[in-house]
Design a binder for this molecule. Structure first.
Ligand SMILES: *Cc1c(COP(=O)(O)O)cnc(C)c1O
Length: 457
């Protein structure tokens, strides 16, 4: 049997190029001719009828009639570098999330790097991060020269476990970088309390949690800064793009300068000789990308409402299936973003059917799914970072002892979560309520036949 684990990128590519699962069921039917199971109860992975053959909503969502006018206007104007459209999107985004200011950057990764460096995080500092996140979160910390310190995940919520943060705080800890991963808010209220107690900076990675709320206040607006991604796969995509929000004018002015060669805030883009104030780089995005984002922003709120309703319904439908443990939201969550819909899979309740085989069977039923993150606290990029020239200059060899580092950054709960997690991508959640029934029915169907799939797949 071919076992193949799809990365999100491969998944999205496959999903957009061909029908999901179409190739997985080929050539299997004859072996089961004369089977007593009806074709609809026979698992599709064994040649039965898939629960679903209809397509899922495409992503990104694009409506030629309503979305293209302002993009074309921007293209035809010949003004492609940062100008009025980027500013318009920044103002709208700040207003949408309830923050005073927003700066748009080339991507979410550089939004994080900008926010961290402009809050004076750098060489020698320790930054607390979760291991269950997209790689960009941790790379951003390393790019500033700071040292990531991993705090284990709460497997029920998929979020950083706030009860384990304080044990990791040292005299060198400067910041906490909580992530609202999968678009489910982390326990930001507890994290802010810890940060205040220990005088730490908080940069929220809200790169998957647009419009999500805790106590009716949006994620990304609790910390010193909040960072967003508008990359192609995200719930508000513009191709590549990111944003920083904050109420702190002086900080936002520095972020602006950093993203525009260190020139003063308000200096005209492209103006030569305005007097460069500080170290900077160039992270400006283009006008036509901002025009795409403005079009996407029009539907984000309505789609977020649909994702929340469908996720709640789907959760209620699958929560009693033995071996399926859907995410838990913290009690203070008033809205989630649902970039992904996650659940844990316990193979003991599926006759020992391995999770990857469960996923294949689910795909064969017409339900695309992904396996999610691998543990970021023990991957080769960390060893490489420690070997770079800058790290060797900034840290003692003691602090760069990789084995020691691995030992101090173990996250056993997260290791297990990575083995058990299954994700559904957010495009499934903007379908109809009856489409959620397809997902639940497919999981139930596989549950009933798990032993048979295990023996015959
Ligand atoms: C997407 C993402 C980022 C990085 O954003 P890019 O725009 O891809 O650079 C950072 N953190 C998380 C959690 C993300 O999902």
């Amino acid at each position: 049997m071919v076992k193949k684990k799809y990365s999100r990128r491969e998944f999205v590519k496959k999903n957009s190029l061909a029908g999901i699962g179409a190739t997985l069921t080929l050539g299997m039917t004859p072996a089961f001719a004369g089977n007593t199971m009806s074709s609809s109860s026979l698992p599709a992975v064994l040649g039965g009828q898939p629960v679903r053959t209809a397509a899922w909503p495409a992503w990104p969502d694009w409506n030629t009639a309503t979305d293209e006018e302002r993009v074309l206007k921007s293209l035809r104007s010949g003004i492609w570098s940062r100008a009025d459209v980027v500013t318009e999107f920044e103002n709208k985004w700040a207003e949408t999330v309830g923050s005073k200011r927003c700066l748009v950057t080339v991507n979410g990764t550089n939004a994080l790097i900008t926010a961290l460096t402009q809050l004076d995080i750098g060489g020698g500092d320790e930054v607390i991060v979760p291991p269950y996140t997209f790689i960009a979160t941790v790379q951003a910390v390393l790019m500033t020269g700071a040292m990531p310190v991993f705090v284990d995940t709460d497997p029920e919520t998929f979020q950083i476990d706030p009860s384990k943060i304080e044990a990791k705080i040292t005299s060198r800890t400067k910041a906490i970088l909580p992530v609202h991963i999968l678009g489910l808010p982390c326990d930001i209220v507890s994290i802010m309390a810890i940060a205040r107690k220990h005088n730490l900076v908080v940069v929220e990675d809200a790169c998957q949690s647009w419009l999500a709320e805790v106590n009716n206040k949006q994620t990304g607006t609790f910390g010193n800064a909040g960072c967003y991604s508008f990359q192609n796969s995200k719930n508000i995509p513009m191709g590549e793009g990111g944003g920083i929000v904050s109420d702190d004018d002086a900080f936002m002015d520095r972020c602006y300068s950093f993203h525009n060669y260190g020139n003063p805030y308000g200096a005209i883009v492209g103006e030569v000789g305005a007097g460069t104030l500080m170290l900077g780089t160039k992270l400006r995005t283009t006008e036509y990308q901002a025009a795409i984002a403005l079009a996407q922003l029009e539907r984000l709120d309505a789609q977020t409402t649909i994702r929340n309703a469908n996720a709640a319904y789907l959760r209620s439908r699958i929560t009693d299936i033995p071996g399926i443990l859907p995410y838990r939201l913290y009690d203070n969550v008033t809205r989630a973003a649902f970039h992904l819909f996650p659940f844990r899979y316990k193979k003991e309740e599926f006759n020992g059917l391995p999770v990857r085989d469960f996923q294949r069977a689910l795909r064969a039923e017409g339900i695309p799914n992904m396996s999610g993150y691998t543990p970021l606290n023990k991957m080769p990029y960390l060893a490489h970072a420690f070997q770079t020239k800058n790290f060797r200059l900034m840290y003692s060899s003691d602090r760069l002892d990789y084995n020691n580092y691995l030992e101090n950054n173990q996250c056993p709960m997260n290791d297990q979560l990575c083995e058990e997690a299954v994700w559904l991508f957010h495009n499934l959640l903007i379908a109809g309520k009856s489409d959620m029934d397809d997902i639940a029915n497919a999981i139930e169907k596989i549950h009933k036949s798990a032993g048979r799939i295990k023996n015959q797949a």
